[in-house]
Design a protein around this ligand. Structure first.
Ligand SMILES: [Fe+2]
Length: 276
């Protein structure tokens, strides 16, 4: 696959080049709002294709489309609608010669109906693999999701929390997050958070969450093609701090495990004083 440069993406290192092997790193993105006309992502197929070109230019080969399920987009993101739209987008990508594969998924808002809807097949797991639900917590209040986690476990489904570093109420209750992680919860930290897209406070929280170790992966949470998706930049930042192996685990191997339907592997970066 040819290396493609996205001019919006600036990094000190080459575009996804692993200095150890000099081969381009190919990413899987497990959180992206790339489907047209379903949620707060692209409003048209053309906008969706602009975003998909940006993903491909950032060395993402496979992306899980994760439109918001439940919450304010509930009426527009039924499971069958998502699967059908993924098929339409993949067809358009092939027609335009864009080297990217889209898989179905969802970012699911916490809701008391989730477990019942999951059992009924109305909630999509990531990549439709039946292994992980990508769960979005409310932004303004903290709900203890432990009962839901237990219900999911009984169904053999694992939970990945979407961008915990951006959830203010959660960051004030680290013990609760620790309890959830002890129950096997995975964390999806957003690549752009590490590189400062949302400011220093969120960057510090993002690095802190990754540094503490756990079942962690990175993803773009991209909504449009105007911004760099940020996987290449984040890979370079993590590799510079903790080495290529940790960067691979967070940005390549664990996302690949998600689409294979395998549990995220724990990743423990080397201890580092003063990271907070
Ligand atoms: Fe999202």
């Amino acid at each position: 696959m040819a290396i493609r440069h996205n001019p919006a993406c600036k990094t000190d290192r080459g575009p996804g080049d692993n200095p150890r092997t000099q081969t381009p790193v190919q990413f899987v993105d497990v959180h992206c709002h790339c489907l047209p006309n379903l949620d707060d992502g692209p409003e048209s197929m053309e906008e969706a294709l602009v975003l998909c070109r940006a993903l491909a230019a950032d060395h993402i080969m496979t992306v899980v489309a994760t439109p918001h399920q439940l919450g304010r987009f509930e009426d527009r993101t039924k499971a069958e609608t998502i699967r059908r739209t993924v098929g339409v987008l993949n067809h358009a990508l092939r027609e335009r010669g864009i080297d990217l594969t889209v898989l179905p998924g969802a970012e699911v808002r916490v809701d008391e109906r989730i477990d019942e809807m999951l059992a009924a097949g109305e909630i999509l797991t990531l990549a439709d693999a039946g292994c992980h639900v990508l769960l979005e917590l409310p932004w303004d209040t903290l709900i203890d999701i432990e009962p839901l986690l237990v219900q999911f476990r009984l169904r053999g489904v694992k939970t990945i929390l979407a961008h915990p570093e951006r959830n203010g109420p959660l960051l004030e209750r680290w013990q609760m997050l620790g309890r959830w992680m002890a129950l096997g919860v995975g964390l999806q930290v957003t690549a752009g958070s590490l590189t400062g897209r949302w400011g220093r406070g969120i960057a510090r929280a993002a690095w802190g969450l990754v540094a503490q170790g756990g079942r962690t992966c990175l993803a773009t949470d991209a909504h449009d093609g105007a911004q760099c998706p940020g996987m290449t930049q984040a890979f370079a930042a993590v590799a510079a701090r903790w080495g290529d192996a940790v960067a691979y685990s967070l940005l390549v191997e664990n996302p690949a495990r998600v689409i294979r339907g395998e549990e995220l592997a724990p990743v423990f970066p080397p201890e580092e004083r003063g990271i907070w």
